[in-house]
Design a protein around this ligand. Structure first.
Ligand SMILES: NC(=O)c1ccc[n+]([C@@H]2O[C@H](COP(=O)([O-])OP(=O)(O)OC[C@H]3O[C@@H](n4cnc5c(N)ncnc54)[C@H](OP(=O)(O)O)[C@@H]3O)[C@@H](O)[C@H]2O)c1
Length: 289
């Protein structure tokens, strides 16, 4: 089994490269080796590597910046995954791709299912939705795993921002009216590994593999940024925790709108594959790791 992993320096890609090793030959590439904004390079790398499975963990993830670079974000998040799927088809390969809760507008008020209508409210969300469609338009065995609020001990994420601010400030104002499920990047890599190991048994051939589609894969439970912050501070040792004050989204205006409520039900993933840890137990493991 030859697995091509893109975005090897990203939160999820980094964990995947380490996690998948026992499953076969892992060829993990970074932006320099495979720039997703260069569609010819994307094709060339796949034709050279000839993987059985492509796991695309690379993406244009700068939500605010995407508003001023919509074409570049669209090429990286939508056109490149489409090209990967086309090349996978030629090789008889499968594809795993990550998407986001930002494909929804956040107005539902209860957990989103895979069957719910999408309605992105920013450029990033629109490009990620276009990426899902680009892959689905090519008939290959594929999994599109929508996740949310990804964090870990490296890269850019909310957890690391809070730990930095906690050392710099005595008081923090944190939004308490946005709901989601913080998901540790290692949980995502672990579960991806599990799915791949299961699929290896059945092989990924289209006629034998009937699990293709979109799945929500987030930590179980839901929280707010405010409660997430409190949990981070509570579970981090050697830290003099600052006072945390809840504030409303309107009092912390960002240049780009985010969904207010983006909790997703992972029941389909759990029913088809395996259980997913609760967000707080995963957080404890992460900060203790
Ligand atoms: N982060 C979240 O909260 C979140 C939430 C929901 C879904 N997701 C999805 O989960 C997946 C992985 O996200 P993540 O949190 O691991 O993201 P991340 O830490 O920002 O990593 C993204 C990776 O993509 C690479 N990349 C960006 N532009 C590229 C290009 N033109 N060519 C090649 N590589 C490029 C980056 O390379 P450099 O290291 O060189 O910058 C980085 O290694 C993405 O599909 C994302 O949309 C993330």
């Amino acid at each position: 089994m030859k697995i091509l992993v893109t975005g090897k320096n990203g939160q999820i890609g980094y964990e995947l490269e380490r996690n998948l090793k026992s499953l076969g030959e892992i060829i993990a590439v970074d932006r320099r080796q495979m720039d997703l904004s260069d569609l010819e390079q994307v094709r060339d790398v796949i034709r050279t590597v000839r993987p059985n499975l492509i796991i695309n963990a690379a993406a244009y993830t700068a939500v605010d910046k995407a508003e001023s670079e919509p074409e570049l974000a669209m090429r990286i998040n939508a056109e490149a995954p489409g090209v990967m799927a086309e090349e996978a088809k030629k090789l008889g390969a499968a594809m795993i791709h990550y998407s986001t809760d930002y494909v929804f507008d956040g107005k539902k008020g209860s957990p989103y299912f895979e069957t719910d209508a999408t309605c992105p409210i920013n450029v990033y969300g629109a490009t990620k939705l276009a990426g899902e469609l680009a892959i689905q338009n090519v008939n290959i065995p594929h999994l599109i795993l929508r996740t949310s609020w990804v964090y870990g001990m490296r890269g850019k994420n909310f957890l690391l921002t809070i730990l930095r601010l906690a050392n710099e400030q005595k008081e923090l104002d944190i939004v308490s009216d946005q709901y989601g499920a913080p998901t540790w990047c290692r949980t995502i890599a672990d579960l991806t590994r599990y799915v791949v190991s299961q699929s290896q048994i059945k092989r990924w051939y289209p006629e034998e593999w009937d699990n293709s589609g979109i799945y929500h894969l987030t930590a179980q439970g839901q929280t707010t940024w405010f409660e997430f912050t409190e949990a981070i501070l509570k579970n981090t040792v050697n830290l003099k925790p600052p006072k945390v004050r809840p504030i409303k989204t309107v009092d912390y205006p960002l240049p780009v709108k985010r969904p207010e409520y983006s909790v997703m039900s992972s029941d389909k993933f759990i029913g088809r594959f395996c259980n997913i840890p609760e967000w707080e137990s995963a957080l404890k493991l992460c900060v203790g790791s």
